[in-house]
Design a protein around this ligand. Structure first.
Ligand code: HEM
Length: 149
């Protein structure tokens, strides 16, 4: 948890909102360019891109703010994503990194090295939490748990 990180992160989110930039369009364009075979897993990119983008940002900000709801939300996310096929952990990592990268491109002068480092710290924490959730589901419920790798 870091109040300083949370403040920097929040300032960049406000800058992007003030600029009326909806980063989900560029983010999903970038994600599907990297993983074109994943496009067919989505029934509604419009619906999913709103929630996936918002919740990824919220989870990172929640981690910076020490929010206790992050862990149960991540555990649920990992479990419900079983419905969308075998999703490699590398794609979660890439989606999180691309979310931060697109936010940085949209944030203009609110983006700084400190701000990028703050997001990166909590991006890395979110990636670790997703790994932990996949490992715990696999151990608690081996039949039908999400894959680990
Ligand atoms: C931390 C990262 C992620 C978060 C917070 C997240 C969150 C969500 C949420 C909330 C939904 C439900 C959307 C809705 O029905 O309104 C969703 C759907 C989905 N997510 Fe994610 N997601 C994440 C990462 C990923 C990754 C990495 C992939 C693919 C490799 C993925 C694939 C999907 C698919 C295929 C759907 C279903 C969309 C559809 O039916 O149109 N998600 N995600």
């Amino acid at each position: 948890m870091s109040d300083a990180d949370a403040a920097l992160m929040e300032a960049s989110l406000i800058a992007v909102a003030d600029a009326s930039i909806d980063i989900r369009h560029a983010l999903f364009g970038r994600f599907f360019a990297a993983y074109p075979e994943r496009r067919a897993s989505f029934i509604s990119v419009d619906a999913a891109s709103r929630r996936m983008t918002d919740e990824t940002l919220q989870m990172m900000l929640g981690l910076a703010a020490g929010e206790e709801w992050v862990w149960p939300l991540v555990a649920e996310l990992v479990f419900t994503h079983r419905s969308y096929g075998a999703l490699p952990i590398a794609e979660y990592d890439a989606f999180i990194d691309m979310t931060v990268a697109e936010l940085g491109l949209a944030a203009g002068s609110a983006w700084s090295e400190d701000c990028a480092l703050a997001w990166q710290r909590h991006a890395d924490a979110l990636k670790a939490m997703i790994r932990q959730a996949r490992a715990e589901w696999a151990s608690a419920m081996p039949a039908g748990a999400p894959q680990i790798a």
